[in-house]
Write a protein that binds this ligand. Structure first.
Ligand code: BES
Ligand code: MN
Ligand code: ZN
Length: 511
């Protein structure tokens, strides 16, 4: 789907259907005064009789077929005071899906109506444009790779922002471009997480990462078993040992011109292409969901894709490194046993008491490696790390752990604004270290059940140097969803949040 702009005001607008937003109780004149300049019939369209503008309500208004605008999709947003961005995204998502169901080739988004929504929400128009465009792509995403009978309806060919003025303001164009880039990162991440583990192996993931890097002229390297071993990453290797699939740690370095030599922002993603639990085998029920245990790494690759697509239009002012720590956790004669002890890259010894607490083992070495190789300005990891995090925060939020107040605030605010909610959880180091004590090694890899997300985070912290600005996002709950902007399955959660971790403070203010 192409994003287009139609400028010059309502008389120039043309689309198979125009999406217009309506608050509860409004009539055509109140909600669509600009649009009516080119669709006079809308004022007397009979369907207004039963349309209340409630949140979730949607009605197609029809005018004479010969008109340039002969369909208007009225999208109810309910009471203005109760409207939040999630409800807005869902409304856009439902509308775009309906347009696809009706096989409409060109859809218009009434920016006059969008500007009213912006005003009521106390947001700039550009913010609403960004959310509307992102929501459109997110809602239309489908994963049909393996269906022999695909959906009959194609996506609309274009979505046009119908601008009131003589031209589209730069910030509106930038917002649309930003959303488009974010959406391609999200859709890539969703594809990766929806792909089954027999197809998306660690090697296959690394190949995808290589392709993204090549497409945008970014630097790429990859570490296999030999290199991981040679680098002293025994905790990482302990996870991969039981699998017939070799581990791959893929690394993409993006160094925008002029940022050479600066400390990079380093993103690290957990990439368990499948997590059976290993010898500490998981129960059968729901185990298939563990094909998505690479959602952290997928979010990192999605972020690199979005950055590549944005290119010089919005290049970060420091280099960005994406590390995707891929492996498969399987039971086998060669697999790690409960009780095995390994020494991680930073010299800490770990007694592996539960082979199902594998994500932290992989991340421990990846984090240590990242700090040794890059001296990051900021280090952010993202992982489907603990079921305990889902128990704590519910299915619609990630846990956020952070050693730096400013970064924590930024990630929290970004996630909240962008539909990737996160909530700060504490790094209660001393308490967690008590439950992570081993009689025979520096640490055990799994502590008490109660507070499990915190213990996992504190475990990771043992591999982060004192003073390093670091955030850890536990997205175990948020990797799957089924809602108007998310076809049942992977979410691509984290792409938008990680992108916002990449810009420096100056750029953030410009946004
Ligand atoms: N990948 C899982 C966590 C997970 C669970 C992600 C459910 C998404 C949905 C992780 O590797 C794991 O197994 N964690 C264990 C840790 C425990 C053994 C300390 C858990 O959460 O039960
Ligand atoms: Mn596990
Ligand atoms: Zn896992």
């Amino acid at each position: 789907m192409d994003i287009r702009f139609q400028v010059g005001g309502p008389s120039k607008w043309k689309a198979d259907a125009v999406i217009s937003f309506v608050f509860e109780g409004e009539d055509a004149e109140q909600a669509c005064s600009a649009l009516m300049q080119n669709a006079l019939w809308l004022g007397i369209a009979p369907a207004w009789r039963d349309f209340r503008g409630k949140n979730g309500e949607m009605t197609m208004f029809y005018g004479p077929k010969a008109m340039e605008i002969s369909r208007v999709l009225g999208v109810g947003l309910g009471k203005a005071a109760a409207l939040d961005m999630t409800a807005f995204r869902y409304a856009v998502g439902r509308a775009m899906r309906l347009c696809r169901d009706y096989d409409l080739a060109g859809v218009g988004l009434d920016c006059a109506s969008l500007a009213r929504v912006a005003e009521k929400m106390g947001q700039p128009l550009a913010v609403l444009v960004r959310e509307a465009v992102a929501a459109s792509f997110m809602a239309l995403y489908r994963y049909e790779r393996w269906l022999s009978e695909k959906s009959r309806n194609d996506d609309p060919l274009w979505l046009a922002l119908l601008c009131e003025g003589e031209f589209a303001e730069n910030d509106v164009r930038d917002a649309a471009r930003m959303a488009e880039a974010e959406a391609s990162g999200i859709c890539l991440a969703r594809d990766l997480a929806n792909d089954p583990a027999n197809v998306l192996t660690p090697c296959a993931f690394a190949d995808k990462a290589r392709a993204v890097a090549a497409k945008y002229g970014m630097n790429f390297r990859v570490l296999g078993p030999t290199e991981l071993e040679a680098e002293g990453m025994a905790a990482y290797m302990a996870v991969a040992r039981g699998s017939a699939e070799e581990p791959r740690m893929a690394v993409i370095e993006y160094t925008p011109r002029g940022t050479e030599g600066q400390a990079p922002v380093v993103l690290v993603g957990k990439g368990l292409c499948f997590d059976s639990g290993g010898i500490s085998l998981k129960p059968a029920k729901g185990m298939e969901e563990m094909k998505g245990d690479m959602s952290g790494a997928a979010a990192v690759l999605g972020t690199m894709e979005a950055l590549g697509q944005l290119g010089l239009a919005k290049a970060p002012s420091s280099p960005v490194v994406g590390i995707m720590a891929c492996a498969e956790n399987m039971p086998d004669g060669r697999a790690t046993r409960p009780g095995d002890i390994v020494v991680a890259k930073n010299g800490r010894s770990i007694e592996i008491v539960n082979t199902d607490a594998e994500g932290r083992l992989v991340l421990a070495d990846a984090l240590a490696w990242a700090q040794e190789n890059y001296a990051p300005a900021r280090l952010v990891d993202i992982a489907t790390l603990t079921g305990a995090c889902a128990v704590a925060l519910g299915l619609d939020a990630a846990g956020l752990f952070c050693t730096d107040e400013a970064l924590a605030v930024r990630l929290h605010e970004a996630g909240t604004a962008l539909g990737e909610r996160n909530w700060r959880l504490p790094l209660w180091t001393a308490t967690s270290l008590k439950t992570l004590k081993s009689p025979c090694a520096d640490l055990v890899n799994a502590g008490q059940r109660e507070g499990g997300a915190i213990h996992a985070a504190v475990f990771l912290q043992q591999f982060v140097k004192e003073g390093q600005v670091w955030a850890h996002i536990d997205m175990a709950a948020a990797d799957n969803a089924d809602n108007p902007v998310n076809a049942k399955g992977a979410t691509g959660f984290g792409v938008r949040t990680l992108l916002s971790a990449v810009w420096d403070d100056r750029e953030e203010k410009l946004q």
